[in-house]
Write a protein that binds this ligand. Structure first.
Ligand SMILES: *[C@@H]1O[C@H](CO)[C@@H](O)[C@H](O)[C@H]1NC(C)=O
Ligand SMILES: *[C@@H]1O[C@H](CO)[C@@H](O)[C@H](O)[C@H]1NC(C)=O
Ligand SMILES: *[C@@H]1O[C@H](CO)[C@@H](O)[C@H](O)[C@H]1NC(C)=O
Ligand SMILES: *[C@@H]1O[C@H](CO)[C@@H](O)[C@H](O)[C@H]1NC(C)=O
Ligand SMILES: *[C@@H]1O[C@H](CO)[C@@H](O)[C@H](O)[C@H]1NC(C)=O
Ligand SMILES: [Cu+2]
Length: 175
């Protein structure tokens, strides 16, 4: 009993002296810079250009072609936000190049199996030229895109498929 009491007393004494020490240590901020915190998160000076929908070129500089991993691209370039525009760029076919197109699947299983016959064509092989084919992600739902050429071959073997789920753009007050 006595031993326990003295240990408790020692701890109390140590705690008290530490408290005194911290009291003596200028302020109550404990090293946390409130001024800095407020300027970062507290003010509502929103950079509007970051809040507005963006135009995203599918595949970046690679554009829309056979053999590029668009699933990987979508993971690395996401998340995508509501009203963002996806731009599919692909040259119209000629004697030496193959056609591409843009299809949308209505469900995940068709997307997985590249059932192009059940998909809806969004853009034909000539619509990707110039400024490219633009598609606005204006609904809060998953979108499944693919190239519809060669009865799913471009989708399957060519990796020309990806899914996106646009979300609400988060409020970002910091610069
Ligand atoms: C706190 O942050 C502000 C703004 O970044 C800076 O001007 C100030 O020097 C900082 N104060 C301390 C004690 O670090
Ligand atoms: C807003 O952010 C964008 C992108 O980060 C930047 O290019 C632009 O200069 C910023 N504008 C202002 C007014 O800070
Ligand atoms: C494409 O990228 C995804 C995500 O990084 C990866 O899981 C998959 O294995 C890749 N496919 C091929 C054929 O490399
Ligand atoms: C997207 O655009 C539509 C039409 O311009 C608008 O009504 C809607 O509020 C926008 N949604 C978001 C989340 O910006
Ligand atoms: C076909 O199109 C490609 C890509 O646009 C171009 O580089 C190539 O010169 C064209 N070939 C012919 C024969 O027109
Ligand atoms: Cu294709």
């Amino acid at each position: 009993m006595v031993a326990k009491f003295s240990v408790g007393l020692i701890i109390l004494v140590i705690a008290a002296s530490m408290f005194e020490l911290s009291m003596a240590d200028k302020d109550w901020s404990f090293g946390f810079n409130y001024t800095d915190w407020w300027s970062r998160f507290g003010n509502h000076h929103v950079n509007k250009t970051q809040q507005e929908p963006k135009k995203i070129i599918v595949g970046g500089s690679q554009h829309w072609h056979y053999g590029f991993n668009y699933t990987d691209w979508a993971i690395k370039n996401g998340p995508f936000y509501l009203n963002d525009t996806l731009v599919f760029k692909y040259d119209a076919p000629n004697a030496t190049t193959f056609p591409h197109s843009v299809y949308m699947f209505s469900n995940y299983w068709s997307f997985l199996k590249c059932e192009v016959k059940k998909a809806k064509m969004l853009a034909n092989p000539t619509q990707g030229a110039g400024e490219g084919f633009q598609f606005v992600l204006n609904k809060w739902k998953p979108y499944y895109f693919a190239c519809g050429e060669k009865n799913g071959f471009h989708c399957n073997n060519g990796l020309m498929k990806f899914g996106v789920m646009p979300t609400l753009r988060p409020f970002m007050p910091w610069p």
